[in-house]
Design a protein around this ligand. Structure first.
Ligand code: 2AM
Length: 224
């Protein structure tokens, strides 16, 4: 019999500690509650409901995805391009099981996804795969993506609308970041206690946190 190659995981990433996970879930739900009650949000409600007269309960709208994590490499058990090369890197092997602190700097809400934007340190960027920011981005948006700093896609998916895959969160985040660096500046809608809320059109909201939130996390591979 042929010796079997060790199977590759579904993905690698930083997993939030269970304590942090609980805290983040609570505080981000509070934020959704606040957003839901803002007049500015209600004005654009049809982008979530398809109907200006319908209400939406954002806490129910987004289905949470556990365990909370920031994906570095999606391997798809070896089917994804570059998965093997990633897994074979010494830094990846050495980092499995090690603790780090992720810095959450913003929150995004779109009709598809709810996510936390993560700002990576140079050390964390050593685990960020080359070209990861571009995966699955429509060609029309690629020039904008290439102008963004490496690691711009780093995020934690907090929830997805029914029928939406988690991979969409990173795409939504990049879209927002591209718009932010473009000519059309975002409209600052509201100064909230948590930070500055901007509306980017088409149901896209960005909250720049006043204070980054530091989250204990562990780098791990994950398979179902
Ligand atoms: P996420 O990182 O945006 O949450 C398992 O599906 C995990 O891998 C999810 O966390 C998911 O999205 C991420 N994922 C799924 N498909 C992906 C892809 N093609 N590229 C990058 N990440 C992907």
């Amino acid at each position: 019999a042929q010796p079997k190659e060790p199977a590759l995981p579904l993905f690698y990433g930083w997993f939030l500690s269970s304590e942090v996970e609980e805290k983040i879930k609570c505080s981000t739900m509070e934020f959704l509650k606040t957003l839901d009650t803002l007049e500015a949000f209600k004005k654009h409600i049809s982008e979530f409901t398809g109907d200006a007269d319908k209400e939406v309960d954002l806490e129910q709208y987004f289905l949470t995805k556990a365990p909370l994590h920031c994906t570095t490499e999606f391997c798809d058990y070896g089917k994804a391009e570059g998965a093997k090369e990633y897994a074979e890197q010494q830094v990846v092997k050495d980092s499995c099981g090690t603790a780090t602190e992720l810095s959450v700097v913003g929150l995004i809400v779109t009709p598809r996804t709810f996510g936390a934007r993560v700002s990576l340190t140079p050390e964390q960027l050593s685990l960020w795969p080359t070209g990861a920011d571009k995966v699955g981005i429509p060609p029309a948006d690629l020039p904008g993506v290439e102008a963004l700093p490496v690691g711009s896609r780093a995020h934690v998916t907090l929830g997805c609308a029914a029928g939406v895959e988690a991979v969409q969160t990173g795409i939504d985040l990049l879209e927002i970041l591209i718009l932010q660096q473009g000519e059309e500046k975002a409209v600052t809608v509201e100064e909230l206690e948590l930070g500055t809320l901007s509306y980017m059109g088409q149901g896209r909201w960005y909250l720049a946190l006043r204070e980054p939130v530091t989250c204990d996390a562990t780098f791990l591979s994950f398979s179902e």
